[in-house]
Ligand binder design. Sequence first.
Ligand SMILES: *[C@@H]1O[C@H](CO)[C@@H](O)[C@H](O)[C@H]1NC(C)=O
Ligand SMILES: *[C@@H]1O[C@H](CO)[C@@H](O)[C@H](O)[C@H]1NC(C)=O
Ligand SMILES: *[C@@H]1O[C@H](CO)[C@@H](O)[C@H](O)[C@H]1NC(C)=O
Ligand SMILES: *[C@@H]1O[C@H](CO)[C@@H](O)[C@H](O)[C@H]1NC(C)=O
Length: 409
Amino acid sequence: MNYCNAIFIILIVFQIHLFNAIDVDPHKTIAWGPGLDPEKIVMRARYFFLQLVDVHGKNLTESPGETFISTEIKGQNKNTHPCRIWTQVLDCKDGSFIIRYRLYETCSNFHIIVKFKHSDVKPVSISAKGPVHEEECYCPNPSVDVWLDDYTCAPNYSQILEDLKYFPKINFDEIRNEIIKEYDKPHSFSICHYVVKNNRIYRKCYGQHVGFKIFSDSILLSLTRKVVLPDFEFFMNLGDWPLVLKNKNVYPIFSWCGSNNTIDIILPTYDITQSSMESMGSVMLDMLSIQGNIKTPWKNKTEKVFWRGRDSRRERDLSDIVEKINWIKQHDDDALRIAKAGRALMREVALSRDVFCYHVSLFREWSRRLQNEIKVLENMEEVLKPEYSCECSRNAGKNKKNTNSKDEF
Ligand SMILES: *[C@@H]1O[C@H](CO)[C@@H](O)[C@H](O)[C@H]1NC(C)=O
Ligand SMILES: *[C@@H]1O[C@H](CO)[C@@H](O)[C@H](O)[C@H]1NC(C)=O
Ligand SMILES: *[C@@H]1O[C@H](CO)[C@@H](O)[C@H](O)[C@H]1NC(C)=O
Ligand SMILES: *[C@@H]1O[C@H](CO)[C@@H](O)[C@H](O)[C@H]1NC(C)=O
């Protein structure tokens, strides 16, 4: 019934030949990703991609070797010493690389340089005066719209429009107590009621097992460091399955999962969200190193089928599995194409930037639909931001954008 953990992956691979050195053209090489705009886009581990292209203008499909590219990412801290930065180059073994870097302090005079072996031409050479902030720095952009623009977020998400169609207008003053009554059943539900006001976070949780609130807390804290969120309130289901049946009371509940029979408002799952915030830190799931730590090139892989899913997904029909496996064994090119398309899709929809964009877009849209005054309830506690000292350029008054956008509030 539920989609939460239902992922189905089949990997089948064959072996053939060895790859030889090729002529990579540094001028034609393509670089893209949020890590190339470090002044505007803040995340724990900034990342960008590199697709190598040969002299004939064709994308490389195999790796020229891990040592083919070298990077230099550097800046100065406020004492004009070299910034503490950790850089990683991930060879995807398919002609593309992922470069990511983590800042431990705010940097200025920032440079990103990528070099190729045997060439003086730099495929990437970016300079940013700075400041380039680190994730922990509380330095929110006062305008949600400017922020969405800076992060090049999609203008809208069909999933958000679909999920919110049941909730054109919401007045929590009318339904808040009903919702609490319905879900304040400690043995059955784990749910938190959040209020975000003046970019501060307050909550009251109901349930016996509410430890997962650390995930909703931490994404909210991370967002408030980046952007001044609109005032809003919502209920967050911390459980593993959706709660609001279609034909019963139409309560707005945010969940990490949904189904066709329920109308929970979907958020990216807690593990992918955590991965977005903590990448290059301690994470259960590292979306980028999954793509980059590929030891075996496609052609060297051995045939293997594995299943990842969960038994609660009853509708998963596996009756044609043998047929599908036989088909894919005979169509290695298609298999490679499917694998590549999957990887490309993940790069576009499931990485840090996309997870941040989705949350902010949803919260902005949600706040517009709320009719009640947003108030912190008496029984709520504040989710405090951790102590952390950093220089936020917006506070220094030298940032013009800051003064201009004051009018919007
Ligand atoms: C080469 O790779 C880039 C980046 O992934 C992609 O946008 C482009 O379509 C590819 N070109 C071809 C001809 O496949
Ligand atoms: C969503 O964005 C697209 C692309 O900008 C636009 O064409 C479309 O009208 C938007 N849809 C809604 C419902 O806002
Ligand atoms: C859920 O709904 C979608 C869209 O209507 C449909 O494509 C899909 O098959 C449905 N899934 C199940 C399990 O009924
Ligand atoms: C891939 O296979 C070829 C030949 O079968 C072998 O020479 C090469 O070392 C293998 N590469 C890796 C990374 O396993």
